[in-house]
Design a protein around this ligand. Structure first.
Ligand code: NIG
Ligand code: FE
Length: 412
């Protein structure tokens, strides 16, 4: 099946090579004006300028007139908790009345609340709950997604979550990556015996995960009151021993040592980064680890935003993701994430789009198939309404400017 898309106003993020964008390189967003794009069997075959389109259109099975739409590579959402049993809007209201995220966690709410509800759900129920969520974010332009466990917190429930993610991978038209986040918090019964829970993760959970191929990455919530730096390193090393690279929840609520732990284990990414200082910014910039910023989580928890400008100026590699979860970011809308990154973190539109596409793909090790308009990559594409300029996308926050979404050459 060969398809030709004509009359693309702007073909965005056209790249022939895959390079993680660090520092000033993030602002370079290559765009081709008035372009065509050819697709074969769901993959990008070729592209070029409309003025140079020769009369070979007969050799295509289908021609699609983009009619002035801009075409972008789909969003690559490299940090989500898509699988959960129930929303938590009652805690949202408690927070409106003055409780903090830490207060709610301390009285058994938060992650533990989600864990209780997930433990009571069957694998089938969780799968049926997750599927429409995945579809909702796909319709809003997400073309690849990472999904974490971490609301199970028992051997059975963590494996159940990972099996749900495995089933989602099998039916999803978009690529999905799974991260094992058994170290999300200490279950109540292990509150005074952290060592026993860490042993459960390393000795009971990881071997089954290895045996059944249930995860691509390992994650730890490195935070005061959760897992400390040494525990984080130890758990990530155990993950590395079965081939799981680390993606760490780091420096969300405090200077937790999460960034340093991530660098020490050569993590693929350290995510959140609301709380950074000069030392951690410089250390991250000097490393190969990606800093994944989650502005909608900072927004929802009314925290200071991540220091995107300081990170970019220091030369770090920045990705943007939604952190979609019921506690701190009940939205997986990557368009909002991109807007918020510009409005609140002063990222340039070009930087935000790169961070949510090619760098997001790198943060899932999907850069060979996702994240840019490149021959051989998947035709997972966003078709916008006619735009006066690309900056109109983040500028007009709250409007849905996506006209159509394509996944592997098919409109969904
Ligand atoms: O990424 N920070 C840790 N974990 C999640 C929130 C978990 C929850 O509140 O359910 C996050 O923000
Ligand atoms: Fe998260």
């Amino acid at each position: 099946m060969k398809q030709l898309i004509t009359n693309i106003h702007q073909l965005v993020n056209v790249r022939s090579e895959n390079k993680l964008l660090k520092g000033t390189a993030l602002a370079q967003l290559p765009v081709m004006d008035q372009a065509w794009l050819a697709i074969e069997n769901g993959l990008i075959l070729d592209y070029g300028a409309m003025s140079a389109l020769n009369q070979l259109q007969d050799s295509f099975d289908q021609t699609i007139d983009a009619a002035g739409a801009s075409v972008l590579p789909s969003w690559c959402d490299s940090h989500t908790h898509l699988v959960f049993a129930a929303s938590r809007e009652s805690e949202f209201v408690e927070k409106l009345k003055g409780m903090s995220y830490a207060d709610i966690a301390a009285k058994g709410g938060g992650i533990l609340n989600s864990a209780r509800k997930l433990q009571a759900c069957s694998e089938e129920e969780l799968f049926q709950l997750a599927l429409p969520r995945l579809q909702e974010w796909m319709q809003l332009g997400t073309g690849a997604m990472e999904i974490k466990s971490g609301y199970g917190l028992t051997v059975d429930a963590e494996l159940k979550m990972l099996r749900v993610i495995k089933r989602l991978k099998a039916v999803s038209p978009i690529p999905i990556k799974a991260s094992f986040l058994g170290a999300h918090t200490y279950p109540l019964e292990y509150r005074d015996n952290h060592e026993a829970y860490i042993q459960l993760i390393i000795e009971e959970m990881l071997p089954v995960i290895a045996q059944e191929g249930l995860a691509d990455f390992i994650d730890v919530f490195c935070e005061d009151g959760f897992f400390n730096k040494a525990e984080t390193i130890r758990i990530c090393q155990a993950g590395a021993a079965i081939g799981l690279k680390a993606k760490i929840h780091a420096n969300q609520l405090s200077l937790s040592g999460g960034v340093e732990a991530g660098i020490a284990v050569n993590a693929l990414s350290v995510d959140h980064l609301e709380t950074m200082d000069e030392t951690t910014i410089a250390a991250l910039a000097a490393s190969n680890t990606i800093g994944t910023l989650l502005p909608t989580a900072a927004y929802f928890l009314r925290m200071g935003y991540q220091p995107a400008r300081a990170l970019i100026n220091a030369g770090a590699a920045i990705a943007l993701a939604s952190d979609y979860n019921p506690g701190s970011s009940p939205s997986g809308n990557m368009n909002t994430v991109v807007s918020m990154a510009c409005i609140q973190m002063k990222m340039l539109p070009e930087e935000a789009i790169n961070a949510a596409t090619i760098n997001g793909a790198f943060a899932m090790e999907l850069e060979s198939e996702m994240g840019s308009i490149c021959k051989g990559k998947r035709a997972n594409l966003i078709f916008t309404q006619p735009l006066s300029s690309l900056a109109y996308l983040p500028y007009s926050f709250g409007s849905n400017l996506i006209e159509k979404v394509m996944v592997s050459g098919k409109f969904i």
